[in-house]
Design a protein around this ligand. Structure first.
Ligand code: M6R
Length: 432
């Protein structure tokens, strides 16, 4: 039983480690190891309050969790940003992640392992770590990494991203890396970091270096608030490393920090302004069987996330693609029955994305644009617009994902599906 389901019944838990078993007797619980030796184990109290697992007026937990995002991001910013820092105040650090200094020193490379939405967050993280902190970063599915790990290299930080802290493949990938690095023949130092919503999960048994995303219990199987909270963790990590390594000019760093502080209000405005029109748009997906999501650069992972959200809860096939790749194959799928949801964020790839959208439109596809621009150019490229506030490209994934979460939610709601418990899926995948 996952912890969310336990909380209404009890908050006191006694967790078993691998290799332990419990015997329930009329007098209580006895715990043994597999050799039959009795163990002294002490229960602990979960910090989660049962009120947190009520729908609070929302029809589904997923919708509630989508709406919680601005508040949670605001709280995380308050936790992790140092409001006393400014560019000429070198006695303060801009970010307070509480990680041991040695963990991030002299890094030459980062590898991120994760699954599902956490993997998508890792892809955005790669973009941020490379563009803000200048560190080469690779992102691997944990389930693939385990069977084809890259050669060990010096000064490499391995980051496991898992909201639950219990995903078997992610844990196994990290454990394997731990073993490879502590092997006597390895010349390299072990550096592990976890990004999670569960600081007391199995992930914590692997590493003490944790960034807590502070998203509160997420009941909906589809990750929403934990995804944006993971993104925020990557923004903080990338900015912290940029400062330590003196990569970006301090004024630029300050601009990004100020931009981050604006995000919660902008997320609120997307929810307030767009929810009704996205619901109407989703209602048009009655006979839709396939939806293509395209984006480029930092918004390519957001396209992947939009497609995953749609398929896992509405059972409509969604495919996320970098828009420049459309013409290398997927364009053959397009016709008037296939909506193409396009993230067109002004910045380095904006014109390219618009021209990719035009290519899709020329194949009769129905083009839906998520963009802050409402002008003749976007009117020409898109049949329907979902306007979002304009922020700099680097920060845009925090906003562009919200319409996609709502689109998936309302497409599934229109079909009367069990949104919080979609078929065949579990909240934590604890088997390989
Ligand atoms: O708990 P984790 O972050 O490790 O979970 C990883 C995936 O199982 C998870 O993101 C899954 O893809 C979600 N259902 C996505 O909405």
């Amino acid at each position: 039983m996952v912890r969310e389901n336990l909380v209404p019944h009890t908050q006191v838990v006694l967790s078993l480690e691998n290799g332990e078993l419990a015997k329930l007797t009329p007098l209580g619980v006895e715990v043994y190891n597999f050799a039959g030796v009795p163990l002294n184990k002490y229960p602990r109290t979960l910090s989660w309050n049962p009120v947190l697992i009520e729908k609070q007026g929302f029809k589904h937990f997923m919708l509630k969790e989508i709406h919680e995002q601005p508040r949670l991001i605001r709280a995380s910013l308050d936790t992790y940003l140092n409001y006393d820092w400014y560019p000429t105040n070198s006695s303060e650090m801009p970010i307070k992640l509480g990680l041991p200094a040695g963990l991030l020193e002299d890094l030459e490379q980062i590898q991120i392992v994760a699954c599902g939405s956490s993997w998508h967050a890792g892809l955005v993280g790669k973009y941020l770590l490379e563009q803000i902190a200048g560190i080469p970063t690779m992102v691997q599915y944990a389930s693939e990494f385990r069977y084809a790990p890259p050669p060990l290299t010096a000064n490499t930080l391995t980051i496991g991203v898992t909201q639950s802290g219990e995903t078997a493949d992610t844990l196994a990938a990290l454990a394997m890396e731990q073993q490879r690095l502590t092997n006597q023949q390895s010349r390299f130092q072990l550096r592990l970091l976890g990004i999670t919503n569960r600081t007391e999960s199995s992930l914590a048994a692997l590493t003490e270096n944790i960034i807590d995303i502070h998203a509160g219990i997420e009941i909906g199987v589809a990750a929403t608030k934990t995804y944006t909270a993971q993104l925020l963790a990557f923004y903080c990590l990338a900015l912290d490393m940029s400062y330590r390594r003196q990569v970006l000019p301090l004024m630029r760093l300050e601009t990004i920090l100020n931009g981050l502080r604006q995000l919660p209000a902008l997320m609120e405005s997307v929810l307030e302004v767009q929810e009704d029109s996205i619901q109407k748009l989703a209602d048009q997906f009655t006979d839709t069987q396939d939806v293509i999501f395209i984006g480029r650069g930092i918004n390519f992972p957001v396209a992947l996330e939009g497609a995953l959200k749609l398929k896992e809860i509405s059972y409509i096939h969604g495919e996320g693609y970098p828009s420049g790749e459309l013409k290398h194959g997927p364009i053959a799928l397009l016709d008037a029955k296939v909506p193409v949801v396009t993230i067109a964020q002004p910045g380095s790839v904006y014109e390219k994305v618009l021209s990719n959208a035009q290519e899709a439109k020329a194949r009769d596809a129905h083009l839906i644009g998520i963009t802050p621009r409402n002008n003749s150019e976007t009117a020409e490229a898109f049949d329907q617009l979902i306007p979002i506030p304009e922020v700099e490209e680097l920060l845009s994934p925090m906003l562009t994902v919200i319409p996609l979460q709502l689109l998936a939610y309302y497409a599934a709601a229109y079909r009367g599906l069990d949104i919080d418990q979609p078929r065949n899926l579990a909240k934590s995948v604890t088997v390989e």
